[in-house]
Design a binder for this molecule. Sequence first.
Ligand SMILES: NC(=O)c1ccc[n+]([C@@H]2O[C@H](COP(=O)([O-])OP(=O)(O)OC[C@H]3O[C@@H](n4cnc5c(N)ncnc54)[C@H](OP(=O)(O)O)[C@@H]3O)[C@@H](O)[C@H]2O)c1
Length: 261
Amino acid sequence: MDLGIEGNAALVTAGTAGLGLASAAALAEAGVDVAVCGRDETRLEEATERLEGIGGGDALGVRADITEPREIERFVERAVSAFGRLDHVVTSAGGPPPGSFLETDDEDWYAAYDLLVMSVVRTVRAAHPTLAEGGGTIVTITSRSVREVLDDLVLSNAVRRAVTGLTKTLSRELSPEIRANSVLPGAHETDRIEELIVDGVERGEHPDYETALEEWAADVPAGRVGDPSELGAAVAWLSSERASYVNGVALAVDGGSMRSL
Ligand SMILES: NC(=O)c1ccc[n+]([C@@H]2O[C@H](COP(=O)([O-])OP(=O)(O)OC[C@H]3O[C@@H](n4cnc5c(N)ncnc54)[C@H](OP(=O)(O)O)[C@@H]3O)[C@@H](O)[C@H]2O)c1
């Protein structure tokens, strides 16, 4: 399918691995210039190299910590100055630490809010003037935890909902120049999920990694955890001309695992 966005420019926060990188790759495949940011230099170089090899577009990697307001501004400035335009913003982030309510303190809550919510607020604020110029899209990557709470992930369950509320609000306030949607990943096999599985194995919840993966998949109607590229494809489609009348949705990409309507 021709997504109709060839020659456009995009930025993806926390886009050097996992779902952010998969989204950047899907956009690059559609011929979009893509800028990604992350903290680790090696990962940044590897991601940029991979993105450069995908489509005909350019790739830019910027070292930036999305919990630092000035670094977000600098990332957006660098992307706009490299590509001369900005059409698509995709926000991903690191995951908040797993844990139950009684294990968290104020510092954990504020850190999760900074990482998950303020990073989106600051990215959209910095990108908005350029994004609004020629019309554009925003896709926020959240989690299925915004609809159904997940065990041992209180910070994700509680804090991410602000991003869904923000995205829906943006779909009304910034329209018609900008469409804003969010995607709600189920389990996709990224470094983050590998970490959660290894934690579970260490806590004695699963005998080993492979069995844990099967147990994670057991309750998914699709019968398996997702590949990150399957989330990336949804992000690229929502960013594309093919989704030109899709605005304000929160799209689950979870193999059907959510039970809520
Ligand atoms: N994978 C899933 O199945 C799944 C399901 C539901 C929700 N999610 C959520 O989706 C998001 C992405 O998950 P993932 O699985 O793709 O994670 P991941 O594989 O661990 O990748 C996280 C990415 O974010 C970057 N990052 C982390 N903290 C950052 C910071 N402060 N500033 C800049 N970049 C940062 C990392 O690079 P550096 O470490 O080098 O900075 C890396 O590129 C997370 O919020 C996760 O909780 C994931």
